[in-house]
Design a binder for this molecule. Sequence first.
Ligand code: HPA
Ligand SMILES: [Zn+2]
Length: 342
Amino acid sequence: MPDTYAVAALDAFVAGLPKAELHLHIEGSLEPELMFALAQRNHIALPFADVEAVRAAYDFSNLQDFLDIYYQGANVLQTEEDFYDLAMAYFRRAAADNVRHAEIFFDPQTHTDRGIPYSVVIDGLWRAAQDAQALNLSVSLIHSFLRHLSEDAAFDSLAMAEPYLDRLVGVGLDSSEVGHPPSKFAGVFAKARDMGLMLCCHAGEEGPPEYVYEALDILEIDRIDHGNRSLEDPLLVARIIDEGLTLTVCPLSNHKLCVVPDLDMHPIPAMLKQGLKATINSDDPAYFGGYVNDNFLALTRRGLISKKDCVTLALNSVDGAFLDPDRRDALRAEIKAYAAGR
Ligand code: HPA
Ligand SMILES: [Zn+2]
């Protein structure tokens, strides 16, 4: 274990380190306080007495436990202003962690299936993304499909996005993984690629390495979300390295959802050691107990990653982002200058 002085110094280093966040579900940044405020504003009854009761319910033994409560929480989001307020709250919090670029998932089907128009969702998020520039934060939006629903439903959702293609950087695939392999969405991912969108896929969070292979071979994805279980297959690891794919890893999420039994056993050090381009992200920070810097600190404070590893992780985050080369190079230079000055 590092000594107290070293811990404080590394905490401060992480706090100021410029970084990108590449795996964040905006609906998962809904803090209980905002959930209650929006419920009141929209005259919606919540099945919780107060904020403490909500937090007490965040005790999950797997992904599905979490998803059940996460989809329920999203019901308070009704108006364009709600989506704007949700996103701005996250952007302010991310900027405080010196996140300089964020690529955020949103789950349109969670909203359109409740009768909320796609335009309400995207207009609110888009306006917030513009206002984030004043926080020194650039933002890209990723339209994520719910994999527990059918591929036809994903096609319908993609059709709703078509008038707004200039506001999207890519598509993703999330929700219940096991039983819903990437191959189920081969057609809609091919279509999204043809539309000029980048492709991400949650794979290897709970699902087996075969699902990661499917994401690579069948969906031809550009980035892997989670990917933890890739480590079970050395050939798969070699393939991911060879293709230069980035993994968006989420330590506190992995712990809360029992993907790892103990944070001391988190695979980020093994990933870096093997040469994988891993990044650190918060996934659903309101539900998993911390924003991106908390995820870094969960590992630095356990002595699992060093200051040098933090710099590597930050560089990986901007390299793995869907950024134009000028912006990427500028952020790389910022990270290097920061590291050199400390
Ligand atoms: O970690 C996740 N996995 C799958 N679906 C999700 N939707 C929000 N967070 C997640
Ligand atoms: Zn996720």
